[in-house]
Design a protein around this ligand. Structure first.
Ligand code: FES
Length: 111
């Protein structure tokens, strides 16, 4: 079980932490079932970059970055060293704390 905290670069949104999150889910799935707005234009199959997020803590609990994911991260807005695609960040069996930061989702309005 994990504690997962979502922080937001969008102004006015406070961080939210979810406790007892089960492994086997992606950070995109965890966000969506908790009504967090994280874009996912390709439906979570690693074919876009709209689920881009930054992993601030707990990256070792997530499935490893693939070459394909890296390619799409390169096309994301403002990629950084800790960039990942939320749909590819599946929680590995285990427990711990994960903290991620979501880019401002309003930047995708009008797409
Ligand atoms: S939803 Fe498209 S790559 Fe994650």
């Amino acid at each position: 079980m994990y504690n997962v905290t979502y922080k937001f670069e969008q102004k006015g949104l406070e961080p939210i932490t979810f406790n007892n999150v089960e492994d086997g889910q992606s950070l995109l799935e965890v966000a969506l079932i908790n009504d967090i707005n994280l874009h996912h234009n390709c439906g979570g199959v690693c074919a876009c970059s709209t689920c881009h997020l930054y992993v601030e803590q707990g990256d070792t609990f997530l499935e490893e970055l693939s070459d394909r994911e890296e390619d799409f991260i390169d096309r994301a807005v403002n990629p950084r060293l800790n960039s990942r695609l939320g749909c590819q960040c599946v929680l590995k069996p285990g427990s711990g704390s994960i903290v991620v930061s979501l880019p401002d989702q309003s930047q995708f309005l009008g797409e």
